[in-house]
Design a protein around this ligand. Sequence first.
Ligand code: SF4
Length: 263
Amino acid sequence: MYASRRRDQSSSARAEARRITALEDLLLAWYEREGRDLPWRRTRDPYAILVSEVMLQQTQVERVVPRYERWLARWPTAAALAEARAAEVIVEWQGLGYNRRALALHRAARHVAERGWPDDLSGLPGVGPYTAAALRCFAFGEDVLPRDVNVQRVERRTRHDFTSHAGQALMDLGATVCLARVPRCGSCPLATACPSRGTRDEPRRKQTPFHGSFRQRRAELLRLVASRPQPVETLEASVVEALGRDGLVVVADGKVRLPGHDE
Ligand code: SF4
């Protein structure tokens, strides 16, 4: 009885291993055919990958691609970015949103230019656990799977832990097929083995609208100041204060300007 149960268990473990291998194989074969050709996937340069990851943190892929290419054409290395003035970096970032990321990337480049890449990548400004894992996997070739929300969703729905080889494929599947609200199970390469096939997640709370928000007023004020320094009394004080706290503007001689911006 015990022996037969053990036999059953080991054959079900073998079946599970086959399912697991088959699942990742299906995903990788799909990625081979359907994977998006993105410029940061053609390099292992950690600086270029850091730029892409920081841009992608809160901005959509389609908007990031041309900005990433322009950024690397202007500052192709961490040393080149380290030499730029903060004001130039903020102006170049305009339109990508969440401008603090630009300053963090600038500080990270200065750190790398002066001291090289640290062992603990999450010690770099603007680099959290996910971005550190992405750098370790895509730039340094370590066996670490970076789990962004897309990857987490696919793993949760398939109830499967993928390996680091599947990182880019999982991101594409989560972004184009296994969507958060309505997954496209009908065109999913994992549909035959996915226990969540045909189900939907509960709708999440709606994001607060950008229009009219404090975030929008911050973005507009920064855009205005980036075009030229502005008299402080003409601007909304709480917005100036918030941008000043983040190091995105400075107030001097009654004017609000970008840091290091000379007039
Ligand atoms: S079958 Fe549906 S739920 Fe499962 S991974 Fe594919 S798209 Fe997601």
